[in-house]
Design a protein around this ligand. Structure first.
Ligand code: EPZ
Length: 420
């Protein structure tokens, strides 16, 4: 495991370039196996989640080359082998191989561990959708066997606008016979990015980005070039950081529309922003105002930005309430922030109150998940003294080059192996 060490309370300024979206890239890479020829994906973030997916592709016998942010994947000779549990449990997004391998071979066997620190993370909506397409699903000790004589287009209504289920069902349906309609589909930017990738290969998908996606099955998917969309959660994380300790910080290579809900919240708390076509320039104001946030599916306030935003709210004057509606256990960062001097309290497991402003002091704290880790990095950067963030591997899963990017902005930050 690694830890991140920060000497806090230094103004950050300059430019930070946003990388390709983790939550898009971790779906695009498994989706590539649907293609019968080589595909090229550019702007792939260099993060450990991609390394884990690369390992799965190699296990299946795909030919993979990575050159900086460009990944070439040739699945023309892959074998539909069981993916060992020790590899598939490295990341949740391994479940996209269920939809992709089912869509390609009409058969897939995979381990799928539920649960992590933010919640149970069931996959019932994915499985129900596979069954609607004609597959049978068997599960024994977390080993799922999903098979179909034939995959036939179907009308699938999602009880919840699940990102994972929406993408997984698109993958399973692209080569099914006939038309599939997914209603109450998720609308996150990565859904559109994956649908565009599949269409570039020759799939017939319309409506991605709306709550109704139509997929007309095709026989063959051909080679194509595709680009990962900029990461709107990384974008938001740096915008929040700039709002508490930035001085003319420019966050570039972004799509401002994708962070509209955050922009509106930052306006509410009194952050002036210069919004360009593909950048946002922010300086931290003298005073931040308290506000309330409630996480929603896209385009509402993203659950993945709730934890970084909580750190900002410790610096805002007044009482703020966070309501988390997506995950049942996504406040573990608050206990760590309190160790640093924040005043936060859990009212229920979905509602927390934060009173500010509080001076934060550097402490030894623990990252419990990826975005909790981001919340602690921001806290360490504004705190007086040294902060040590343990279990920093969580952070490296989703923020490409975070230590280099923050150092370039003027942060005093370093990464160390924990047993050093
Ligand atoms: C994706 O997770 C993201 N992960 C999560 O980001 C993100 O928090 C989430 O979408 C919501 O935006 C990736 O894209 C790899 P969901 P996913 O299916 O697909 C319930 C990060 O920090 N649900 O939209 O797993 C589920 O329990 C990560 O980058 C079911 O009940 O999220 C949750 O309450 C964390 N049954 C809600 O839906 C299902 O079959 C949202 O889940 C599936 C989901």
């Amino acid at each position: 495991m690694h830890r991140i060490i920060i000497e806090g309370n230094n103004k950050l300024s300059g430019r930070v370039r946003i990388s390709g979206s983790k939550n898009s890239a971790v779906a695009l890479v498994p989706a590539a196996v649907l293609c019968d020829e080589e595909v090229t994906i550019a702007n792939v973030p260099n993060i450990s989640d991609i390394d884990a997916l690369d390992e799965i592709l190699n296990h299946l016998g795909a030919k993979v080359t990575r050159d900086k942010d460009v990944m070439k994947i040739d699945s023309s000779n892959i074998k539909n082998k069981l993916i060992p549990e020790k590899i598939s449990k490295k990341l949740r997004a391994s479940y996209y191989f269920m939809g992709a391998l089912l869509g390609k071979f009409k058969y897939v066997q995979m381990y799928f561990p539920g649960g992590c620190s933010i919640g149970q993370r069931p996959i019932n909506l994915h499985l129900k959708g596979f069954e609607a397409l004609g597959a049978t699903v068997k599960e024994e000790d977390n080993l799922f066997t999903i098979s179909a004589e034939k995959l036939t287009g179907a009308k699938i209504n999602l009880d919840f606008a699940s990102v994972g289920a929406t993408i997984n069902l698109m993958l399973a349906a692209v080569k099914a016979e006939g038309v599939t309609v997914i209603s109450n589909a998720a609308k996150e930017p990565h859904i559109v990015n994956v649908a565009t990738f599949l269409n570039n290969m020759g799939a017939k998908i319309s409506g991605a980005g709306t709550s109704e996606i139509k997929i007309t099955g095709v026989e063959h998917l051909h080679s194509c070039f595709h680009e990962v969309v900029p990461d709107y959660i990384e974008t938001g994380t740096y915008m929040i950081l700039a709002s508490v300790i930035g001085e003319n910080m420019i966050i570039e290579n972004i799509i401002p529309d994708h962070v509209e809900s955050l922009i509106s919240k930052l306006e509410d708390v009194g952050v002036p922003m210069e919004i360009g076509v593909d950048y946002i320039k922010i300086s931290a104001p003298e005073k931040l105002l308290a506000t309330n946030i409630k996480t929603q599916v896209y385009p509402g306030f993203p659950t993945d930005l709730q934890q970084p935003f909580a750190t900002l709210l410790t610096q805002a004057t007044g009482k703020s309430i966070i309501t988390e509606t997506i995950w049942e256990n996504r406040f573990l960062n608050l206990f760590e922030l309190n160790k640093m001097g924040a005043t936060t309290e859990l009212l229920t497991n979905s509602k927390a109150v934060i009173i500010g402003p509080c001076k934060l002091k550097g402490k030894k704290v623990k990252a419990t998940d990826l975005r909790a880790g981001a919340s602690l990095v921001i806290a360490g950067l504004i705190a007086d003294g040294q902060t040590i963030i343990e279990n920093a591997n969580y952070i490296l899963r989703g923020y490409e080059g975070i230590v280099e990017k923050l150092t370039k902005l003027g942060a005093k930050i370093k990464l160390e192996k924990e047993n050093e």
